[in-house]
Design a binder for this molecule. Structure first.
Ligand SMILES: [Zn+2]
Ligand SMILES: [Zn+2]
Length: 485
């Protein structure tokens, strides 16, 4: 038997709402739907991202009642055709409207599943050689069960969990929870005792979630370093850290956990932050990328995180992180601060913002939060950057922006509080919040999806997963040329 990876299925909030309304109707008949999914395959797990849903109306069935459902052969053939022609995998979904807390597949469900799974896998293998990801999923009123066909073993395995990108995040565990190395018993690192004071505030289940999840942080400088340490204090134990920079003496006014010796030794920020995390929690694990973002390796490590933090404050990395979030259905929290001065030691304006993007609801591009011209300049390779500087297109010296610890810490804390609200909710969620330092005001802003958004609208990259190129690493397209006859 081959090593089987856990399989998760991820829905946007809209898809989950539509599906639920369809599956549980007033007549209380069984209902059916199909989800066409893109794979996001990583070392740790296989995530199946729901790209689109097809629901079946009453005309699609030979027989439909409260306990039995039979799809017309011509409809089944159309669905099969659609799945085989595209590159998508297939999740077959139906409801058991009278099952409540512990829905289970019927004998009819399982008897016919394996031959059908084999047939699909065979068709795809002959036509293209690609893997076909095939799942059967049944919903009861407040429960679900699902299994995945693993062709290598010619066997089915339970799906691990269903995720809905709603605020708070909705997680339905199906397979029994695995015991991960982080957080395993016996608790030699004092995890339970260390977190006991906060369990009273947001519950043991919330703490259990925090101990399991994996967080990606791109930019571990003045803001990201604080976010990382606060998350470790809350009990997050798995991190992917991305930052190419070494620590400088000029960072030491705002880099909690760093020492002068780190700057003198030119230690990498990812190393200094890892040390800070592990001094809080010796059981925490980080994967470090000291590389200029984006690289293929860093993107591959980020594509299965549970929550993605963007703490770089450049439009180039925002452009990439936003696309990654939309393409791989990753909840994404962007944080930025700014201090503007009269050049003479006086602040004219200062503050910051955090934004929480759940793919399918809205993205940074929907709300015009990315300056694409600036993003292009940020993402230029170093040699091209030098050329642009020589021609005077961009300044040769970056003027260091003013930065202070208390402003960074305010925004880091607000964003970490909202992160917790996603995992272990304690109040209504906020998606965009501005902080005005001079007037000490907080303002919540509404945000919604733009139907023409080039990133998450129709024709964009929403839920394309591994079916599209990694953002920022698309093959170069020729610009300004004329088509040759
Ligand atoms: Zn059934
Ligand atoms: Zn968008």
């Amino acid at each position: 038997m081959t090593d089987t990876k856990p399989v998760d299925i991820i829905f946007t909030a809209d898809q989950a709402d539509r599906l639920r309304a369809h599956l549980f109707q007033e007549n209380q008949d069984e209902q059916a739907a199909y989800a066409f999914v893109s794979p996001a395959d990583s070392d740790e797990c296989l995530r199946l991202l729901v790209h689109h849903l097809v629901t079946l109306g009453p005309d699609a069935f030979l027989e439909q009642n409260a306990t039995y459902l039979e799809v017309k052969p011509e409809i089944a053939a159309q669905i099969a055709q659609h799945a085989l022609e595209g590159d998508f995998g297939l999740v077959e979904i139906h409801s058991h409207p009278f099952a409540d807390e512990s829905v289970a597949f019927s004998a009819t469900d399982t008897d016919y599943a394996l031959p059908r799974f084999r047939w699909f896998a065979e068709q795809i293998a002959q036509a293209s050689g690609r893997a076909f990801h095939h799942v059967m999923l049944v919903y009861g009123i407040s429960s679900a069960d699902a299994f995945y066909y693993n062709r290598a073993d010619d066997a089915v395995q339970p799906v691990r969990r269903l995720l809905v990108l709603e605020s708070p995040l909705q997680v339905t565990a199906i397979a029994p929870a695995e015991v991960s190395s982080a957080g395993s018993a016996p608790d030699e690192t004092g995890y339970a005792e260390r977190t006991s004071r906060q369990i009273a505030a947001f519950g043991a289940e919330g703490q259990r979630q925090l101990a399991q999840i994996k967080v990606g942080i791109v930019g571990v400088g003045g803001i990201g370093g604080l976010v990382a340490q606060q998350l470790a204090l809350l009990g997050v134990r798995r991190f992917v850290l991305v930052d190419a920079d070494t620590l400088e003496v000029t960072n030491l006014n705002r880099f909690i956990g760093a020492a002068l010796a780190d700057a003198e030794a030119k230690r990498l920020k990812v190393e200094v932050v890892t040390r800070a995390i592990q001094s809080i929690d010796p059981g925490a694990r980080t994967t470090q990328f000291a590389e200029a973002f984006p690289t293929a390796a860093a993107l591959a490590a980020l594509k299965d995180v549970d929550v993605l933090f963007g703490c770089t404050d450049t439009h180039g990395s925002r452009l990439i992180l936003n696309a990654l979030s939309v393409q791989y259905l990753l909840p994404y929290i962007d944080i930025g601060t700014g201090i503007f001065t009269d050049g003479d030691g006086h602040i004219t304006e200062a503050g910051g913002q955090f934004r929480v993007m759940l793919p399918g609801k809205f993205c940074l591009s929907c709300i015009d939060a990315i300056d694409s011209a600036q993003a292009m300049r940020d993402l230029l390779p170093l040699d091209a950057r030098a050329e642009h500087q020589a021609r005077g297109y961009i300044p040769t010296e970056d003027i260091p922006a003013p930065s202070v610890v208390f402003l960074n810490a305010t925004l880091a804390s607000l964003a970490v509080g909202e992160f917790l609200n996603l995992i272990a909710p304690y109040r209504e969620s906020a998606s965009v919040v501005y902080y005005f330092m001079q007037t000490q005001e907080l303002r919540r802003i509404g945000a919604s999806r733009s139907p023409d958004c080039v990133v998450c609208g129709a024709g964009g990259r929403l839920a394309l997963g591994d079916l599209d190129y990694l953002p920022g690493l698309e093959p170069a397209r020729k610009l300004g040329g004329f088509p040759t006859p």
